[in-house]
Design a protein around this ligand. Sequence first.
Ligand code: PBG
Length: 323
Amino acid sequence: MAFPQHRPRRLRASEPIRRLVRETHLNPEHFILPLFVCPGEGVRKEISSMPGSAQLSIDNLVGEVEECKKLGIGGVILFGIPKEKDEFASGAYAADGITQCAVRALKREVPGILVITDVCNCEYTSHGHCGWVENGDVHNDRTLEWLARTAVSHADAGADIVAPSDMMDGRVDAIRSALDRAGHTAIPILSYAAKYASVFYGPFRDAAESAPQFGDRRTYQMDPANAREALLEISLDLEEGADMIMVKPAMPYLDVIREARNQFDVPVGAYQVSGEFSMIMAAAQNGWLELDRTIIESLTSIRRAGADFTLTYFAKQAARLLA
Ligand code: PBG
């Protein structure tokens, strides 16, 4: 037999051939840019651990989102940083809270852009936990009331999708019922169904000023060692009425994304979180990794694993690279 019958290199010989047989494609429509919105005017407060990201006041947020729209990015997800925090996370569900005001402004000023809101309490509580704290731990069922109120207030303000990230049991059901009661039957829920207690959220907690003041989030977020449990979490959220689910973080959990894709016929999102972003930026700033190629390869890996859409702080850079 002649030396190799099979030469896979034939299909790698030139860019046109590689392009023809490429299995995975990135598209800016599948990126969602997370944005941090804060009170004030003309504010652009750089986040030192996330180079290039900043807390933006609403006026600057509008400009940023206009740019996203021009780049063809799929949407934005908003995180609010309130003027004041308290034990009751009042700012999370206030009709004139920072996120609610930001949503109204975006709906008015940047029509047509998809606006998702993160539904959680940790940016709004004085102690930085994701709900009502009793005996040193987050009280599940009392927290559900806040989440439901928050989701309804976001929908009232005009949010297109609400995305609960708190990991309380039963939150999707609580939010779905409250939205329906308020007449928001058409607002979808994107649940952060498989959200791990991850060290990779570190830079985000600087950005959102939401680090827990005591303890950690391991009694509500998932153990990084568990994959089967993620499938249970997803199936429960779907039973409760989630329209789409998310896996978070992304790159350290590609196996979970793949399993979710294989087992559930709903859109699967993935969140390339702050730590994943900062790691890449730090390596690039040191000259250890080539930034553009790292952005594209990391996002390709997440899509190849099965994500339909990806929340990423690289959304704008990636969209420009793909243009
Ligand atoms: C809120 C929330 C967090 C992130 C998204 N929503 C932080 C956390 O759970 O501590 C992390 C996002 C990121 O790291 O980019 N609960």
